[in-house]
Ligand binder design. Structure first.
Ligand SMILES: [Zn+2]
Length: 114
């Protein structure tokens, strides 16, 4: 990035750093957590039901499905939350770079947006 006034090199200057990153991480974490919990409960319930049925028959299937859904939901929420927060913070970083960042000329102090 060159200065439009004097043509010298400009440095990136952030007005408010990490705002987009923080917002993105929170939003992504919440969304990922909910999605992960739903997916985990569904797969956990199914797996638990099969295991329960094999061990204890129809009653085991019900107990296994409930336990599997709870365990799967917790694991799914943890995994989904972490994955969502990571993706969200990456998206937020892009927002920080694009919208919040601006450039300042090292020579004349001229400010410019991207
Ligand atoms: Zn300049």
């Amino acid at each position: 990035m060159k200065c439009s006034k004097c043509g010298n090199e400009m440095v990136i200057y952030k007005v408010a750093t990490k705002v987009g990153t923080a917002v993105g991480a929170t939003a992504g974490g919440v969304t990922g957590c909910a999605a992960g919990a739903g997916a985990g409960a569904a797969t956990g319930g199914e797996t638990g039901g099969i295991i329960g049925f094999c061990l204890l028959g129809p009653f085991g299937a019900v107990a296994g499905a409930s336990f599997g859904a709870i365990a799967g939901g917790i694991l799914g929420a943890l995994g989904g939350g972490a994955a969502g927060a990571y993706t969200g913070s990456k998206l937020g970083e892009a927002v920080d770079e694009k919208i919040i960042a601006k450039y300042v000329c090292k020579t004349c102090g001229h400010e410019d947006r991207d």
